[in-house]
Design a protein around this ligand. Structure first.
Ligand SMILES: *Cc1c(COP(=O)(O)O)cnc(C)c1O
Length: 562
């Protein structure tokens, strides 16, 4: 079968999760949204790229909050046939000495400008496979280490073979995080066979593999990197290549996906400048560059702001740098666009959790993956303090976030947050919007007034939700970590929580309260033009730069066209 998109060589963009559309639950959070935004920008810019991921038929999960404020998880199945075309090609990979068949789907990302980007959704739920193997591509981040390694074989090895079977030529393989690093092993194997015909001594053409591969690392936490015991790897990967040879590039103690990707990629980068520095220290001997993340302009801009930009800065969605000219837009039009987006958020909060917010008061929003290092509870370190601040400068709070089903500390946080919100009743109107996904995220990053982020330094690799907020003129108030080190100009684009040193909860909480009380809320309640000046700072100085068009051009220049 001839599929479209075989016209020219493409970049193969491999990611365990890709947020293709709000209604397709094939993503859990920032990594997937970034992958989706990358492909959306590629479609706008007509950059030849092909996405590869798993179909995740059972999705991540849908979050419900029960009466006690606890997270309840529901399956989030979706039907790929409604959104994608079935591929006729099927390929085979060996897993634990068995044949596992992989079929797939062609999903097309359409740009409003006419560009298209193909995405291959790999699917083992085909009649040739046993029941167990049919489930390999069902659950995003579900199951144990064995399940995860099987998924990574399908993504890396299967993905590469599927591209070849479809006749899609790949000029560069981009591993978005280490989950797909087995593609580099597969390339190594292929180069090996090729070389063997010429020499008796088998050797691997590592430079040849490296020249084809790029790797983006996303976490500065050692434990966040994927590893597998060699016993398991030997069992599942038997027959691919000599395990001692693989150990040389993937780690002696464990099969370490980050090591494998680092050793076999010529271009390696972190997702913000500080994160690249942290990664460089973690991995001495490799050169780690920085490509600061960005978000897709059109996806993350409220309709009211998009209309405003269309009027005053036509072409902004494909040339977001034009947003530097935001100063020529009259204040009242910016405020009008903001009020429209805020009304939509207030409507959604009312529908979603019955809380009625006041459009006349500022909304402080915080939406995060609920996990310890993100510290979503820092704001509630002192309920007394929050009440006192609200008496002087009334404000409201909106929260959202999912905890991974096995992250018990994260789930406990959700329960605690609900307790805090109950303690604030009568003093601070507040809501927790369930099921944080792209739709909820869009409401929050367009309709709030102040975007709060309080992670533990230096663990936030980049963070992207504050970039989304800045597209809508919402200043960020955040710990100086990840992208905010590059984006924060105090009082001009937003504000910093604490200083630029290792975090300490108590000190950060004090800084948060002091600034909220003395700077941020008084400014909001004071002269409107001064607040709007900060909104313009967020748009003109940050949204113009921290977008996925700039990011993708950076990858194209440095990684893909090297
Ligand atoms: C943007 C986004 C994220 C990532 O936001 P961070 O600031 O990196 O935490 C996570 N989940 C959803 C649904 C998003 O839209």
């Amino acid at each position: 079968m001839i599929i479209p998109f075989v016209d020219r060589p493409r970049v193969g963009y491999f990611s365990m999760e890709i947020a293709l559309a709000p209604e397709i639950p094939t993503y859990s959070g920032g990594l997937g949204v970034l992958a989706g935004d990358t492909l959306r920008s590629a479609a706008d810019l007509r950059l030849p790229i092909v996405g590869v991921t798993l179909v995740h038929r059972k999705g991540y999960f849908r979050q419900e909050i029960d009466a006690e404020g606890r997270q309840v998880e529901h399956p989030a199945p979706w039907d790929p046939a409604r959104y994608a075309e079935p591929l006729e090609a099927k390929i085979v990979v060996r897993i634990a000495e068995r044949n596992v068949w992989i079929g797939g789907w062609l999903y097309v990302v359409h740009s409003h400008l006419g560009g298209q980007v193909p995405v291959i959704l790999l699917d083992t739920d085909v009649p040739e496979n046993s029941q167990g193997d049919r489930e390999i591509t069902h659950y995003l981040y579900g199951g144990d280490q064995t399940y995860r390694l099987k998924q990574e074989i399908v993504l890396g090895v299967g993905g590469l073979r599927m591209l070849l079977a479809l006749g899609l030529q790949v000029r560069n393989y981009h591993m978005n995080e280490g989950h797909s690093a087995l593609l580099a092993m597969e390339l190594m194997r292929r180069f090996h066979l090729f070389d063997r015909r010429r020499a008796d001594e088998p050797s691997y053409n590592l430079p040849g593999v490296r020249a084809l591969c790029s790797f983006t690392t996303h976490t500065p936490i050692e434990a966040g990197h994927d590893r597998f015991d060699w016993a398991l790897a030997r069992e599942l990967l038997g027959g691919y290549m000599d395990v001692d040879d693989l150990k040389k590039v993937a780690g002696q103690e464990q099969l370490n996906m980050t090591r494998l990707a680092l050793n076999l990629s010529e271009y390696v980068n972190g997702v913000a400048r500080r994160h690249a520095e942290t990664s460089q220290r973690m991995f001495p001997g490799y050169r780690v560059r920085a490509v600061t993340n960005g978000v897709h302009p059109r996806t993350w801009t409220a309709p009211s702001f998009a209309a405003l930009y269309d009027r005053h800065l036509p072409g902004w969605c494909n040339e977001p740098m034009l947003l530097v000219r935001i100063d020529q837009v009259p204040d009242d039009e910016i405020w009008g666009a903001h009020l429209a987006a805020k009304a939509a958020l207030i409507e959604r909060v009312k529908a979603g959790c019955g809380v009625v917010l006041n459009p006349e008061l500022p909304i402080v929003a915080l939406a995060r993956r609920m996990t310890a290092y993100k510290r979503p509870d820092l704001l509630f370190s002192s309920i007394e303090r929050l009440r006192a601040i609200a008496r002087r400068h009334p404000f409201q709070i909106v929260l959202a976030g999912k905890a991974h089903p096995r992250d018990m500390a994260g789930k406990q946080m959700i329960e605690n947050l609900h307790r805090h919100l109950r303690a604030l009743v009568g003093a601070v109107p507040a809501a927790f919007v369930p099921n944080y996904d792209m739709r909820v995220a869009l409401d929050l990053v367009t309709g709030s007034d102040i975007w709060l982020n309080t992670p533990q330094r230096p663990l936030e690799a980049s963070g992207t939700s504050g970039m989304k907020a800045s597209l809508n003129g919402i200043p960020q108030f955040s710990v100086l970590d990840g992208w905010w080190i590059e984006g924060c100009i105090e009082g001009i684009t937003g504000w910093a929580v604490g200083g630029d040193v290792e975090s300490e909860n108590h000190r950060d909480a004090e800084s948060l309260y002091d600034k909220l009380d003395e700077v941020v809320l008084p400014l909001w309640h004071g002269e409107r033009t001064k607040w709007i000046a900060v909104m313009k700072g967020a748009i003109g100085k940050n949204a113009s730069y921290f977008n996925s068009h700039r990011m993708l051009r950076h990858y194209a220049m440095e990684a893909y066209l090297r």
